[in-house]
Write a protein that binds this ligand. Structure first.
Ligand SMILES: [Zn+2]
Length: 287
């Protein structure tokens, strides 16, 4: 049986291959059970068989540096793309929210606009991976952000492994914020006091992000951190609250962790020995 893979993103390749009826049936059953596309199932299986690196989380700078107001961009979007096709971050001077999906990087700004980021834009903080789901589930009902977190908790196997999270569907209600451009040195709590908050109803889109272990709180935002990208590419931002039915969830464990540290004077001289938990909870959660 021949299959054609038509990848929806520009970096993909189309393969035609003959596989047995039994294999095809297994692919179809998996897609029916989880809502995944055949592309996802086949790509995951090939990557696993060929031992392609897809368990690596690559990160630019640290959460504590962000808490301390180190917002000068230190890595270009082009460079970040070399390390993954999926993730989130922010841009130079904390100018909005970044969403990376299928190899494209989107820039949400505090005026509510969304546009493709240029390769030359700089990020002061970013996390990315080559996303290949290991677990796929349907979430029949999600009543709130807290409820979503509880449901995801049950599906993660360990408190000690970084997890990439992709959730697709129609969000009955979603509340998200977009950080406002801020001066270097303004701490994150102060900077996000003036964030723009948006609410959408019946938004079809994808939530992209990560779960970070508590022990890694000085490096990345502990717990769940998700950014929205609407299917029509009009809306995006850092998710504060959500309700929905019948969502498709995909998870991948990230067991390798790489961090690129800025070499700027601000980073070299910052006090990064503080516990950023309280500031991160204030800055990244619902107000
Ligand atoms: Zn965020």
């Amino acid at each position: 049986m021949a299959i054609a893979m038509k990848k929806h993103s520009h970096y993909g390749h189309i393969i035609k291959s003959r596989i047995s009826s039994a294999l095809w049936q297994a692919v179809v059953e998996r897609c029916q059970r989880t809502g995944e596309t055949p592309d996802h199932v086949i790509e995951s299986a090939l990557a696993a068989e060929l031992d392609i690196s897809h368990h690596t989380l690559f990160q630019v700078s640290t959460s504590t540096a962000l808490v301390q107001g180190i917002y000068n961009g230190c890595m270009t979007v082009a460079e970040i793309k070399k390390h993954g096709n999926f993730g989130l971050g922010t841009f130079d001077s904390l100018d909005g929210e970044g969403i990376m999906l299928d190899g494209e990087v989107w820039h949400a700004k505090s005026d509510g606009s969304l546009a493709l980021a240029s390769d030359s834009e700089l990020a002061p903080f970013w996390a990315t991976t080559n996303f290949l789901p290991q677990t796929s589930e349907r979430l029949s009902e999600v009543s709130s952000w807290g409820d979503l977190c509880q449901q995801l908790d049950k599906l993660r196997k360990s408190q000690n492994i970084f997890t990439s999270i992709c959730i697709k569907g129609v969000f009955k209600h979603i509340q998200y914020r977009v950080a406002c451009k801020s001066g270097q040195g303004t701490d994150l709590v102060t900077a996000t006091n003036s964030q723009a908050v948006f609410n959408l109803n019946d938004c079809s889109g994808t939530l992209v992000g990560f779960w970070t272990p508590e022990y890694a709180k000085t490096l990345n935002v502990p717990g769940y951190h998700l950014h929205l990208l609407s299917d029509d590419k009009k809306f995006g931002g850092h998710v504060l609250d959500v309700s929905a039915s019948n969502l498709q969830l995909m998870l991948a464990e990230e067991t390798d962790f790489k961090v690129a540290l800025p070499e700027s004077a601000e980073f070299l001289q910052a006090d990064l020995s503080i516990d950023p938990s309280e500031a991160l909870a204030k800055a990244e959660g619902a107000k």
